[in-house]
Design a protein. Structure first.
Length: 81
């Protein structure tokens, strides 16, 4: 379902991009590698999936607040309207 969602909403996309960059910088510090940090749309989608699966309540609320679609629950299934 997340693959169909438009995450081009500027505030959320910027927030996710900043968080992915921060994570990659931390990873570089641990591994001792110096490479240019590039954030692709795949990274952003994977991080959004991670937020919905493993994130805290506040992170999930922030993410859902910035979606263009309406989220509804119908017969125990989450749908985007």
């Amino acid at each position: 379902m997340l693959d169909d969602i438009d995450i081009k909403v500027v505030p959320m996309r910027d927030k996710i991009t900043a968080e992915v960059k921060r994570y990659k910088q931390f990873q570089q510090m641990l591994l001792g590698k110096e490479e240019k940090i590039a954030v692709s749309s795949i990274d952003i989608r994977n991080y959004a999936k991670f937020i919905l699966q493993e994130g805290g309540i506040e992170e999930k609320r922030d993410f859902l607040r910035y979606l263009k679609s309406t989220v509804s629950l119908n017969k125990k299934k989450v749908c985007l309207v």
